[in-house]
Ligand binder design. Structure first.
Ligand code: URA
Length: 399
């Protein structure tokens, strides 16, 4: 179809919406626009996958993959790049020297068979209709429609072939879905699409009102992933990772429930098998898993609290945008990523701070960029005299 007709179709859907049957039909047509993979048949076992709707500091798949594989469950995933202020798994992985995100489908399957884990870029022929539609939605202000988002995500997940899928639906300032009601609507639609295609699906609705963990920026997020696999990760990120692993292991052919799935995931961190699995995986895709080979930024600037009290909010979009402007993301489609730069939000919502205490760190290429980002990060923080009400990272589970 020519672009002008597709763009008109997107705009019509944006204003009039699609009902359930129409959303199924669109998803089905998108799946049939390219190749599909039968991971179950290729691996000979039940394969699990996870997907996030996109957030700031969201490196969840990078920790979940090695943990799930260390527990003996094959994990094969095709990931995407950053979009706007949100980061992409592939961009993060490319901060690892030598890491190859482009494997052939056969190499991908062989690696899942051999070491139980592969994360690669989406193969060119998997849902080509989404590539076209997504590009057009991006430039016609029609991204933000529940049916179009659900069809875009689920067509790729279904075509990529996992038996069971855990969907992390982000809610809040840094997410596409700003309210819990909108997130529920998207989650329920994606559940229906998955079930319709014979897949097991669970949705976790998770907080994206502040960046996830501390690190925002590619190599910084890889370091935080390694720390988390060592058992030294930030509390909110570790909790989200364990919760996603619990769902994935409960879906697997291990025959465990969520409680013991969570226990196995926690043991894989404690006994070092998750970290060993991470190293095997990175090496299998040509990368060097050592932390000291990751790029570092020449200028590191501390951001200090102007006043004492409690952190009451951290604008996720503002921090994501500050990191993007430092070079961690793309301002235009063809921009190169600077893997070294980014932001560490050392103090999170609810933390007590003293006046003058370091609340965040900016990692930049030069002083001017560091100064600008430090101002932007400080402006993203809000302080209060009293601690805000605690919000759990997992807000709700559906399915
Ligand atoms: N992620 C996708 O893959 N598609 C969307 O439409 C939104 C988020």
């Amino acid at each position: 179809m020519p672009d002008y007709q597709l763009a008109a179709f997107c705009m019509a859907v944006y204003f009039r919406g699609l009902d359930g049957a129409e959303t199924f039909a669109l998803t089905d047509a998108m799946i049939r626009s390219g190749e599909t993979i039968d991971l179950h048949a290729a691996i000979g076992r039940k394969v699990v996958d996870k997907h996030s709707t996109g957030g700031v500091g969201d490196k969840t798949s990078l920790a979940v993959g090695p943990i799930v594989a260390a527990c003996g469950v094959p994990f094969g995933k095709m990931s995407g790049r950053g979009l706007g202020h949100t980061g992409g798994t592939l961009d993060k992985l490319e901060s690892i020297p030598g890491f190859r995100i482009e494997l052939t489908t056969e190499e991908f399957l062989q690696q899942v068979r051999d070491i139980g884990l592969a994360i690669i870029g989406q193969s060119a022929n998997l849902v080509p209709a989404d590539k076209l539609l997504y590009g057009l939605r991006d430039v016609t202000a029609t991204v933000d429609n529940v049916s179009l988002i659900a069809a875009s995500i689920m067509s790729k997940k279904i075509a990529a072939g996992a038996d069971a899928i855990v969907l992390d639906v982000k809610v809040g300032d840094g997410a596409f879905m700003k309210t819990i009601e909108d997130a529920r609507e998207l989650a329920e639609m994606m559940l229906e699409l998955g079930r319709h295609a014979g897949r097991e699906v669970a949705c976790v609705l998770t907080d994206m009102d502040q960046p996830l963990g501390h690190a925002v920026g590619n190599a910084l997020e890889i370091r935080e992933t390694i720390a988390t696999l060592r058992g030294e990760g930030p509390a909110d990120f570790t909790e989200l990772v364990l919760s996603a692993c619990a769902h994935l292991l409960a879906f697997s052919d291990l025959g465990v429930d969520e409680v013991s799935g969570r226990g196995r995931a926690a043991s894989a961190i404690r006994d070092g098998s998750a970290l060993a699995q991470y190293e095997r995986w990175i090496e299998a895709q040509g990368g060097d898993p050592a932390e000291d080979v990751l790029p570092t930024a020449p200028v590191v600037r501390d951001v200090k609290a102007p006043t004492g009290g409690f952190v009451s909010a951290i604008g996720a979009v503002d921090v994501g945008t500050a990191a993007l402007r430092l070079g961690a993301g793309r301002q235009t489609k063809d921009d190169d990523i600077d893997h070294a730069v980014g932001v560490l939000c050392l103090k999170k919502r609810g933390d007590a701070v003293d006046a003058g205490e370091t609340i965040a760190q900016v990692h930049a290429q030069d002083k001017q960029a560091a100064d600008r980002a430090a101002d932007e990060v400080l402006a993203a923080y809000t302080f209060a005299d009293e601690a805000p009400q605690a919000t759990p990272i997992v807000l709700e589970t559906i399915g």
